[in-house]
Design a protein around this ligand. Structure first.
Ligand code: SAH
Length: 345
């Protein structure tokens, strides 16, 4: 089956040409898929019936099914467990902020990266998401809530730069003026540090915000908790980040999950400030979420604020991330695992 919803307009035109269909039909179908968000070919009433039938036979519409939906009583955060057409599961989380709704989306089913503290990687990697499956998470959340999604963060399940081509296609589709038309400035992409792709992304000069999951200040600690660091060390990663900022003039956001006794000492705060000194950056401190197999505990409140203060005292812009959806376990990766292995906690 042809995945129509993953095609950018020129590709759809090419496909329609191969079917000997007039070019204007591709624009009509693109608009049905991405602007009017039709759930079936039957809805595409300005197409001749025969064409609707032909498309229904040859193409899929890539729809997701909401298998579970948890709504936080505390702050209205919504966590979706979606079932994909092949029966696999992914998660998205809708967070409500004063400046609008922000949706955290997945890029893969599972993850290969093996970060020691992360739930998404524990059950291994299954497959990449297609561009339409990434996009449909956004369309579904919009349809379900009837609300506008104003920001997207690619911080759900998976490593976006390990599914690079499909993620680039998604970025193109989501910002298409004939679709959601969401500016790249409202999209953040988080990576554990796939250095070659950071250079490539820099050369494309997209206006997205890059987030780097740093989490440690020395190669020995980072290599222990993040296997990617054994391929590209901290220096190589930060060189790539400097190149990214030079090219795009965009401020990079560094994620630092505070784990008690692992990376939260005063000395490590000083090392972090020294590493990022002079860079156009923001540091996001996140008390680590407890994942059973990982066994890491979050740092205490006092330790977290002392870490932040040590950074601020050295002129670094660092904030502690507010916890949203605490009552629905909104951190990613956990619902999918329950769905794949019923009976788990
Ligand atoms: N693969 C990408 C995006 C997905 S993870 C990346 O690594 O950046 C999104 C963010 O959540 C990353 O910063 C990741 O390191 C962090 N994260 C993963 N598990 C976590 C946990 N148990 N507690 C706090 N943050 C976690």
């Amino acid at each position: 089956m042809i995945d129509l919803k993953s095609m950018v307009l020129p590709e759809m035109e090419e496909y329609f040409r191969s079917l000997d269909l007039p070019r204007f039909r591709s624009k009509q179908v693109f608009s049905w898929l991405h602007e009017k968000r039709a759930a079936s070919f039957d809805e595409m009433t300005n197409l001749p019936l025969s064409l609707r039938q032909q498309l229904a036979e040859q193409c899929t519409l890539t729809t997701l099914v909401i298998e579970r939906k948890l709504v936080s009583q505390l702050d209205g955060t919504i966590k979706y467990l979606y079932r994909l057409p092949d029966g696999n599961h992914i998660e998205s989380v809708l967070m409500r902020y004063e400046h609008g709704n922000s949706l955290c989306i997945s890029s893969q089913v599972g993850c290969k990266m093996g970060c020691a503290f992360c739930a998404s990687t524990k059950a291994g990697f299954v497959r990449n998401l297609t561009p339409s499956e990434i996009l449909e998470q956004v369309y579904m959340a919009g349809r379900d809530t009837g609300e506008k999604i104003s920001n997207i963060v690619m911080m759900g399940i998976g490593e976006p730069l390990d599914n690079y081509e499909n993620v680039l296609r998604f970025l193109e589709l989501v910002s298409d003026p004939n679709g959601l038309n969401l500016s790249h400035r409202h999209i953040s992409l988080s990576t554990c540090g796939v250095v070659d792709k950071i250079y490539d992304l820099a050369d494309r000069d997209l206006q997205i915000t890059l987030s780097i999951s740093l989490h440690a200040t020395t190669d020995s600690t980072r290599g222990e908790i993040m296997p990617i660091n054994r391929r590209w060390g901290i220096k190589e990663l930060l060189d790539a980040c400097r190149y990214y900022t030079d090219k795009t003039h965009r401020r990079i956001s560094y994620e630092y999950a505070l784990i008690a006794g692992v990376n939260d000492s005063r000395k490590q705060a000083e090392e972090l400030a020294a590493l990022l000194k002079g860079m156009l950056c923001h540091i996001n401190l996140i008390p680590v979420n407890y994942v059973r197999e990982a066994g890491y505990e979050k740092s205490g409140k006092g330790q977290i604020y002392a870490f932040q203060k040590a950074l601020n005292d050295r002129g670094m812009n660092a904030t502690v991330r507010r916890t949203l959806g605490a009552d629905i376990n909104a951190a990613c990766g956990q619902l999918r695992r329950e769905a794949e292995e019923p009976g788990r906690e």
